[in-house]
Design a protein around this ligand. Structure first.
Ligand SMILES: [Fe+2]
Length: 453
């Protein structure tokens, strides 16, 4: 009986305090072992602002420390408390400036600072230093193909910073779930690039299987923080489904060709017209998933293929792009590589293509070098759906296309310097398999071109 009383006293008075202590011990341990399991990654970069995002394995507070020298991270911004999804907007930055950063919580640093945790703010349009763009399409397999495409590009760029990273849809196979985004983008895939290069996506059909553009819900919309209010330039779109931004003298437009209306009178096309009307920059690059011209794994002439989207893009979007002199359109969806001549005003099927829709190159020595003058229409269309998928046999009979191949996996490296734009298709061996150039109001260059002719 005596022992029973002692045990009861112990349970009544001592056990609760033991349990509380054990719980606090465990939570301290969790705090000590908090890890970043996604990112950090950069979003919505502009001349004066940027968003830094990351995910932790346990809920905690968020904090970014940053500064223009790796040794002096003298600025700080705190975020939400008690969350695993950390989204911190930095403002008041200087254009074209390199900042180093680290992320953590109120009392610890989890990732950085070091030489790969940095961002460079966008330059003003007057700054004519070369702009490097990397574009990947249909890469979301999370497998060795995406990795080899990335490695070939990293080797090729050899230390040069990538200023703008475009994602042409189908970012996470097969249904755009959060887990699939994790393996296709974040886990042992693009880690280093994500830390120092702003990524700009457009949604593909596979991404939209788990997301909804009208309500802006699902993993695609949860993962990306995109400029809906014109924060990075351009006219506010009011939606993350489609948006625009400026980088130096290039205006970029991302469109949703999967889950937003492509009818001629519709909000996205109305916004596109207003955005292009207001654009005064030298170059315009538009990117979306479904290609208006392709005879690869998808056929843009077939009304049943992809719900007729490729036809509707041709008929309803391309006239707007032509009217505003858009220079380059990048897409994916077809798991091949295709690249058009500099063309305009072709909205029908392949067999209706007429020679007069081609703007002829003016230098015989370089048949893929084109010249274009202010106010002229003329667009090069690229299909690059092989940045994570094995290429499949294509017919490549579209007369708009100057080059097509189902032999290579690869990505697009594009460089804009002043009035010159270079594009190359780089395969997994680091070989350039196609290249093109557009000179606008031709004049001498200041530095060595991207592609050594
Ligand atoms: Fe697709």
């Amino acid at each position: 009986m005596k022992y029973y009383r002692i045990i009861m006293i112990y349970l009544f008075f001592l056990l609760p305090s033991f349990l509380t202590e054990a719980a606090s011990c465990l939570s301290e341990q969790a705090e000590e072992t908090i890890k970043v399991i996604r990112g950090p990654y950069l979003q919505s970069g502009s001349q004066t602002g940027i968003i830094i995002r990351w995910r932790t394995d346990f809920p905690t507070s968020g904090r970014v420390i940053y500064g223009t020298s790796l040794k002096t991270l003298d600025r700080e911004k705190t975020g939400q408390k008690d969350t695993t999804e950390h989204i911190i907007q930095l403002n008041g930055l200087k254009p074209d400036t390199k900042y180093f950063y680290a992320v953590g919580n109120d009392h610890q640093v989890f990732s950085g600072p070091d030489s790969i945790h940095y961002f460079i703010t966008a330059p003003t349009p007057l700054n004519e230093k070369p702009i490097r763009i990397w574009a990947i399409g249909d890469f979301g397999t999370g497998d060795s193909i995406s990795r080899s495409v990335k490695n070939a590009y990293l080797k090729y760029k050899s230390g040069r910073h990538t200023d703008v990273w475009l994602m042409l849809g189908d970012l996470a196979y097969t249904r755009g779930s959060d887990e699939q985004f994790q393996s296709a983008m974040f886990e042992n895939m693009y880690d280093e690039l994500l830390r120092n290069t702003v990524s700009w996506p457009s949604p593909g059909n596979h991404d939209i299987r788990s997301a909804d553009s009208e309500t802006q819900t699902g993993p695609y919309y949860d993962i990306f923080s995109l400029p809906v209010n014109g924060e990075a330039g351009g006219i506010p779109s009011g939606t993350e489904a489609y948006y625009s931004f400026d980088y130096g003298n290039v205006h970029f437009i991302s469109m949703d060709t999967e889950d937003t209306s492509l009818e001629p009178v519709s909000p996205m096309i109305d916004w596109l017209e207003r955005d292009l009307e207001a654009n005064a920059l030298n170059w315009t690059i538009v990117f979306f998933h479904h290609p208006p011209y392709s005879m690869g794994t998808h056929n843009s002439d077939m009304h049943w293929d992809s719900g007729g989207r490729m036809t509707r893009i041709r008929e309803n979007i391309l006239p707007v792009l032509d009217a505003h002199g858009v220079d380059l359109v990048l897409g994916g969806h077809s798991h091949v590589y295709e690249r058009s001549y500099l063309i305009h005003n072709h909205y029908g099927r392949a067999r209706t293509f007429k020679a007069k829709t081609m703007i002829r190159y003016r230098k015989k020595r370089y048949p893929t070098a084109y010249e274009k003058f202010d106010g002229e229409s003329g667009t090069i269309y690229v299909v690059c759906g092989v940045s994570g998928n094995r290429p499949s046999a294509g017919a490549f009979e579209h007369p708009a296309m100057a080059f097509g191949s189902d032999q290579y996996k690869g990505s697009m490296a594009i460089e804009v310097e002043g009035n010159r734009l270079y594009g190359i298709f780089l395969d997994t061996r680091g070989e350039v398999r196609d290249w093109f150039r557009i000179d606008k109001n031709p004049r001498p260059l200041l530095t060595t071109p991207l592609w050594d002719e």
